[in-house]
Design a protein around this ligand. Structure first.
Ligand code: KG4
Length: 348
């Protein structure tokens, strides 16, 4: 460590605003003190996130959310060592709210800023420590299946700040494919939790959808989504109420197709790279079918698996503060002029 940066009493405020959740969290010496999130119900009636409305809601939420996070942590602004913020990827208008807020606050307090890649934040959620809760962390290297509404990636994690993308979707993300199927069936948004609930009561072998054949460790979900749509159209010619009559079986079969695809590639990567520590992260990691599959694979292939608590599957600032804490220890700060970015690779 260089001069001027103490490792004792390190207090990091994390800010997340990449999509439709405004979140702030406080971590002291690596232990989470608070994590406050305001979700935006405004998008539900539109069947998806409306970027313009998301930025506006972030502007309304950011001040109260940060104040509440500091209050719950029992921390004064003057005690903060640095502010970590999501710099990207995400919706530009949403990111700008968190990035600009972090800059203003860091400048007024005269403390450093730490930029965090949102995807790396999801992976590092596995290292969040809560007071009084004991959990084992993955050791390096491990594989992480990152599955959300915008990403589906297999990541090799070599160290806190050293990650490589082994495979990724070449078109839609898994969460996007689930949400679109839910929309086609007239279910609400986001469709993931609804499909999950319905799938628990359905037969996963009732219907078959064409599965993608992509070489290597990459994914593709757009063909599966189209196959679902075209099959539904055909079946509805004979029975206009086909969806209502088979809702649970459709959800279970479609979920199975997605989970099987995700797990097959993950298993291939784990086998080839000879890695048996395997984690899952991102919004879709809340899915019951995927969680069950992780347990089955753990038993069958002797994996040691890491599944995040539900609260850390979707977007949250605790993971941003955690990633920021690791960067703070490396004195890896970012300049005041750092802009937000909407698209990235793991390298950013
Ligand atoms: O990581 P996330 O909160 O947001 C980003 O995309 O950044 O992920 C949201 C995605 C949505 O597609 C949502 O439908 C999906 O995660 N999701 C689920 C479940 N809960 C959330 N998908 C399947 N089963 C769930 N239980």
């Amino acid at each position: 460590m260089g001069q001027g940066v103490s490792l004792q009493g390190v207090v990091i405020l994390g800010i997340e605003s990449s999509c439709d959740d405004t979140s702030a969290a406080v971590i002291k010496d690596g232990v989470l003190l608070s994590n406050v999130t305001a979700s935006q119900a405004v998008h539900e009636s539109y069947g998806g996130v409306v970027p313009e409305l998301a930025s506006r809601a972030h502007q309304q939420n950011i001040v109260p959310v940060v104040n509440e996070a500091l209050k719950r942590a029992g921390v004064e602004r003057e005690e903060l060592s640095a502010i970590a913020f999501t710099r990207g990827p995400g919706l530009m208008g949403s990111l700008l709210v968190g990035v600009s807020f972090a800059k203003g606050m860091a400048a007024s307090l005269g403390i450093p800023m730490i930029d965090v890649n949102h995807l790396q934040g999801h992976v590092l959620a596995h290292f969040i420590k809560e007071e009084g809760k004991q959990g084992e962390n993955p050791s390096f290297p491990f594989l992480c299946l990152l599955v959300s509404g915008g990403n589906s990636q297999i990541i090799k994690v070599n160290a806190y700040n050293d990650m490589e993308i082994v495979g990724q979707t070449i078109d839609d993300a898994a969460g996007e494919a689930i949400d679109k199927a839910a929309k086609v069936m007239g279910l609400g948004y986001p469709g993931g939790p609804i499909i999950d609930k319905l799938a628990r009561k359905g037969n996963p072998l009732a219907f078959q959808f064409s599965k993608p054949h992509i070489s290597g460790y990459d994914y593709s979900f757009s063909g599966l989504k189209t196959s679902f749509l075209y099959n539904l159209r055909d079946w509805m010619k004979d029975d206009p109420d086909f969806i209502q009559h088979h809702l649970e079986d459709l959800a279970a079969s479609y979920e199975k197709a997605i989970v099987d695809t995700l797990m097959n590639k993950l298993r291939l990567a784990a086998k080839d790279l000879k890695i048996r520590q395997v984690a899952v992260a991102g919004g879709v990691s809340a899915n019951t079918g995927l969680r069950n599959a992780f347990h089955e694979y753990a038993e069958k292939y002797h994996w040691k698996i890491f599944i995040p608590p539900f609260g850390y599957t979707t977007d949250n600032a605790a993971m941003i503060a955690q990633a920021g804490y690791f960067k703070y220890l490396d004195k890896d700060f970012c300049p005041m002029e750092a802009p937000a970015y909407s698209r990235v690779t793991m390298k950013n």
